[in-house]
Design a binder for this molecule. Structure first.
Ligand code: COA
Length: 254
C-alpha cells in the first residue's frame, strides 16, 4: 500500500509514525486510517522496535478529528461500521506490546484526541489543544473517546469535555492528567524520543503485561459504536457537519 498520509520511520529501536495530511489539519479519512493500520502492522512485526511515537505533521495540528466531509452522509449502519473501523485501528495501537507515546503537536480534537488516548502516554507542546467537540456536530465520540477519556481523567472531567465540546489548553490538559508533560513545540520531538528510549529500556515482557492490565472493556467500545450509529437516525449529524463545512453555526431544531 502506498503511504501518502502516514509516514513510518525507525530510529535505533524507536518507531515514529507521523500523520501527514496538513491541508486538512491531519484529519482522519479512510485512506489515513488504512495507512495508519498498515503502519501499525509493520511496527507490530518489527522485532527491533522497543517503543512507538505517534505525532502529526506541522506545528498546527496533531489530528483535527475524523474527516467531517466523509462522515456527513453516512447511514446509521455505515456510521456503526465507520466507528468500528476507527476503534479497530486504535485498539491495534493500544494492543501493541511496546509502549506508545502520543507527541501532540497542536490540535488533538475528536478522533485526534481519541488517537492520543489510544497511546499509553501523552506529551504535548504548549500550543496543543484537546477536545471532543462532537456534540456540536450532532454525533458522539466514536473512536473510543467515551470509553478511554473517563478512564484517563475521570467521569466528571470527561463529562465536562464530552458534553460541552469545549477545547482545553495544554496547561489545562496537564492539570487534568490528560497529558503527562508539556514542553515547548521545538523540544517535543527530542523529548518524545528521550522518553521512548527510557521506556524502551525497561523489561519489554513486564511492559507488555502491564499494558494489558490497562485495556478498556471491549463491550463498552461496542456500545459506543451502536450509540454513534443511532445519532445518524436523526438529521443532526447532517446539520452539524454541513454547518461546519459551510462555516456557519449549526441549528439543531428538529
Ligand atoms: N475534517 C475535515 N476537514 C477538516 C477537519 C476535519 N475534522 N478539521 C479541519 N479541516 C479542514 C478545514 O475544513 C479546512 O479545509 P479548507 O481549507 O479546505 O476549508 C482546513 O482543514 C483548515 O481548517 P480551518 O477550520 O480553516 O482552520 P482554523 O484554524 O480556522 O480552525 C480548527 C482549526 C481545528 C479549530 C477547526 O478546523 C475545527 O474545528 N476542525 C474540526 C474539529 C472537529 O470538530 N473535530 C471532530 C471531528 S469528529
Amino acid at each position: 500500500m502506498s503511504q501518502d498520509f502516514v509516514k513510518l520511520k525507525f530510529d535505533d529501536g524507536i518507531a515514529i509514525i507521523t500523520i501527514s495530511r496538513p491541508a486538512s489539519l491531519n484529519a482522519l479519512n479512510s485512506s489515513v486510517l488504512a495507512e495508519l493500520d498498515s503502519a501499525i502492522a509493520e511496527v507490530r512485526e518489527s522485532p527491533a522496535a522497543r517503543a512507538l511515537i505517534i505525532t502529526g505533521e506541522g506545528s498546527k495540528a496533531f489530528v483535527a478529528g475524523a474527516d467531517i466531509g466523509e462522515m456527513a452522509d453516512l447511514t446509521p449502519d455505515e456510521a456503526v461500521a465507520f466507528s468500528r473501523r476507527g476503534q479497530a485501528v486504535f485498539s491495534a495501537i493500544e494492543h501493541l506490546p511496546i509502549p506508545t507515546i502520543a507527541a501532540v503537536n497542536g490540535y488533538a480534537l475528536g478522533g485526534g484526541c481519541e488517537l492520543a488516548l489510544a497511546c499509553d502516554i501523552r506529551i504535548s507542546s504548549e500550543n496543543a489543544r484537546f477536545g471532543q467537540p462532537e456534540v456540536g456536530l450532532g454525533i458522539i465520540p466514536g473512536f473510543g473517546g467515551t470509553v478511554r477519556l473517563p478512564l484517563a481523567i475521570g467521569r466528571s472531567r470527561a463529562a465536562y469535555m464530552i458534553l460541552t465540546g469545549k477545547l482545553v489548553s495544554a496547561k489545562e490538559a496537564h492539570e487534568m492528567g490528560l497529558v503527562a508533560e508539556v514542553v515547548p513545540l521545538e523540544s517535543l520531538p527530542s523529548r518524545a524520543e528521550e522518553l521512548a528510549r527510557e521506556l524502551g529500556a525497561k523489561s519489554y515482557v513486564a511492559v507488555a503485561y502491564a499494558k494489558r492490565m490497562l485495556f478498556p472493556d471491549d463491550e463498552a467500545l461496542a456500545r459506543e459504536a451502536r450509540r454513534f450509529g443511532q445519532c445518524f437516525e436523526s438529521g443532526h449529524p447532517k446539520e452539524g457537519m454541513s454547518a461546519f463545512l459551510e462555516r456557519r453555526p449549526a441549528k439543531f431544531s428538529d
